[in-house]
Design a protein around this ligand. Structure first.
Ligand code: DX5
Ligand code: ZN
Length: 217
């Protein structure tokens, strides 16, 4: 199975967005992860549309946007217009996940749904055939630099068998507390893509760290 890595811009230096995006662009990482927080769905505020521009300009790589906002259906189309290739919203944040998925698709992007640590994969079973991606949060969303929650491994494995059992191509992405120390185990549990923020940007040599995570065993 192919391993995908999505370094998270949440841990980048916002005074040097172009430089930090170029670093990912020149690295072996395939995606760029963009965390949008509204201060309502999560107890933190990150950034929105204007910050997408310098990131989009600095890379041709896949922009993987993770929306931690309430009523995502109000904004998904604008994120696609701002350059998102994949748009993922939280199933806990909307009353109409199907409508939201349709809006993302109609705007021309791939659609993902994310589940918080307390939400079981079974909660989104009915949505799987419509989804390009499921993002399993392995920390409480809101902040970088937290520790990986071990119970996520079992959730990833359950989701893997649900997807494979149904013969679907839905990707599994895992976000929170990922480093070269646990990446191999998380990929082995069934993840296709991993997000890493502090592990990448906190490293002395971020590109080498990206390679270490991708090649970990
Ligand atoms: C947290 C965000 C993550 C965050 C991960 O709510 O969704 O993408 O940047 O950061 P690390 O890798 O430091 O746990
Ligand atoms: Zn994220």
């Amino acid at each position: 199975m192919q391993r995908i890595l999505a370094p998270s811009m949440l841990s980048a230096d916002f005074g040097h967005l172009e430089r930090d995006t170029r670093m990912i662009d020149e690295s072996e990482a395939q995606w760029v992860h963009i965390d949008v927080m509204d201060g309502v769905f999560v107890p933190n505020i990150s950034f929105g549309f204007p910050v997408m521009k310098p990131i989009r300009r600095a890379t041709g790589k896949t922009l993987d946007v993770h929306l931690m906002i309430v009523e995502p259906e109000k904004y998904v189309t604008r994120f696609v217009e701002a350059g998102a290739d994949w748009v993922t919203f939280h199933v806990e944040a909307t009353r109409d996940p199907r409508g939201c998925i349709n809006l993302i698709r109609r705007a021309g992007a791939k659609a993902g749904v994310s589940i918080k640590p307390a939400t079981p994969p079974e909660a989104i079973a009915g949505l799987l055939p419509q989804l390009d991606l499921v993002l399993v949060m392995s920390v409480e969303p809101g902040f970088g630099g937290q520790s990986f929650m071990p119970h996520s491994l079992e959730k990833i494995a359950r989701l893997r068998s649900m997807i494979d059992g149904a013969g679907l191509a839905t990707l599994i992405e895992v976000d929170g507390g990922i480093s070269a120390a646990n990446a191999a185990e998380v990929y082995a549990a069934g993840a296709d893509a991993l997000v890493a923020g502090s592990a990448v940007f906190g490293a002395a040599d971020p590109k080498a760290e990206i390679r270490r995570i991708l090649q970990s065993r």
